[in-house]
Design a protein around this ligand. Structure first.
Ligand SMILES: [Zn+2]
Ligand SMILES: [Zn+2]
Length: 389
């Protein structure tokens, strides 16, 4: 097996190897391209598009970002393209309505779906691809979340968020010139999702010691290396440096690959995600707008690091959780939010989320440990006073 940690992201496409952890790890994505002006490199793109009847999906923002340019290239190359561009000022929601819309629009003889966008477009096209058995390719427009290389789609059905089984994209194409022009809030969200790996990996290690849960050292090292590269250059993120946007995009893709490696989201999602989901579910149920996933995860990571500190006498000695001060200093370098108040979370919701977020998923995290030691209420009280004084 080649040295996984030093493998370029493009070489990760199609990986298949048996690991020391006892599992076989593979990546069923045929092509991963993260580069400057990827869109202009036609021959490489068309290698992944050797199909004739394309169904092209974008929304009016992603159409402006690069969809229009891509559509023109495809038409010039004489592809048979049917396009559907979601209109409207409100953000697109991954629900029955948007998926139903695509089912109505997709021509019967479609051989490939071309998705242009980030979180929502990727989630709905991935699900459409899975249900229709037509492969899809994602052209990324923002480094905002780690779902590009994932195999599940979180959807909102009857006002309730639920994760559905779906499929890998056939290819991920990310043009760093386009990604760096994404709204800053979305770039911050991607960074927040990456920061989340500090606590998700610590939670996994915690469960390894306490429950003897399956653990893959190689997967952990892979995610840590990608995360640390972004963190090292954190101050360049808000300057939209091409180099760090590439590192951030790659780290987000690697996080998805890590999930695929182990077959569940353990490497990428721990208590910080459960707390972020708790806030999101609350907003959805009240029909209120909610922050971008990654921004909520970035705040959740700081909160969870504080819980680790409050529980420090109860965790195995070998574990070294991230310091809250360190995480806050990273947020400050980037200019992203780390206080739940600034995210629009009310005092009551915050307190409730600390106590109840562990009920969202059956996954062992620091929240579960605190619960078992009867410390959750006390911790919720301390942190609520700290943030909402
Ligand atoms: Zn492994
Ligand atoms: Zn996430």
């Amino acid at each position: 097996m080649t040295d996984l940690l030093n493998l370029e992201i493009e070489k990760m496409a199609g990986l298949n190897f048996s690991c020391d952890c006892g599992k076989n790890h593979k990546v069923d994505i045929e092509n991963i391209i993260v580069e400057k002006e990827a869109l202009k490199n036609k021959s490489r793109i068309f290698d992944s598009l050797n199909k004739k009847n394309l169904f092209f999906v974008a929304d009016n923002n992603t159409y402006k970002a690069c969809g229009e340019e891509l559509l023109n290239i495809l038409k010039d190359e004489k592809y048979n393209v049917t396009e559907y561009i979601f209109q409207g000022k409100e953000p697109l929601i991954p629900n029955e309505k948007s998926i139903g819309r695509l089912l109505i629009e997709i021509p019967k003889n479609t051989s490939l779906i071309i998705a242009v966008g980030s979180g929502t477009i990727n989630d709905i096209c991935r699900y459409l691809s899975y249900k229709t058995n037509v492969p899809y390719i994602i052209f990324a427009t923002a480094p905002s979340m780690d779902g590009y290389a994932s195999t599940v789609s979180p959807l909102i059905v009857e006002n309730f968020k639920k994760t559905f089984e779906a499929t890998y994209p056939k290819a991920i194409i990310a043009d760093t010139q386009i990604l760096r022009k994404a709204p800053l809030e979305m770039i911050h969200a991607g960074f927040g999702d990456i920061l989340g790996k500090y606590t998700s990996l610590t939670d996994w290690e915690l469960s390894k010691y306490i429950n003897k849960e399956y653990y893959c050292e190689k997967t952990v090292k892979l995610v840590e290396k990608a995360r640390d590269l972004c963190v090292k250059n954190a101050q360049k993120i808000s300057q939209r440096s091409e180099e760090v946007i590439k590192q951030l995009t790659e780290a987000l893709i690697i996080s998805g690959i890590a999930i695929g490696f182990v077959g569940y989201s353990r490497p990428a999602s721990g208590a910080e995600h459960h707390i972020a989901h708790f806030w999101e579910i609350d907003a959805i149920s009240k029909n209120k707008p909610h922050p971008l996933h990654g921004n909520a995860v970035g705040v959740g990571t700081v909160v969870v690091s504080m819980i680790y500190r409050l529980m420090k006498d109860k965790i195995p000695k070998k574990i070294s959780p991230p310091d809250p001060e360190y995480l806050i200093s990273l947020h400050e370098k980037v200019g992203s939010i780390y206080d739940p108040k600034e995210l629009g979370i009310s005092k009551e919701l915050f307190k409730e989320s600390i106590i109840h977020a562990r009920e969202i998923r059956n996954r062992y995290t620091i929240l579960q440990l605190a619960y078992e030691h009867n410390q959750l209420e006390k911790i919720a009280q301390i942190l609520t006073e700290k943030f909402y004084a």
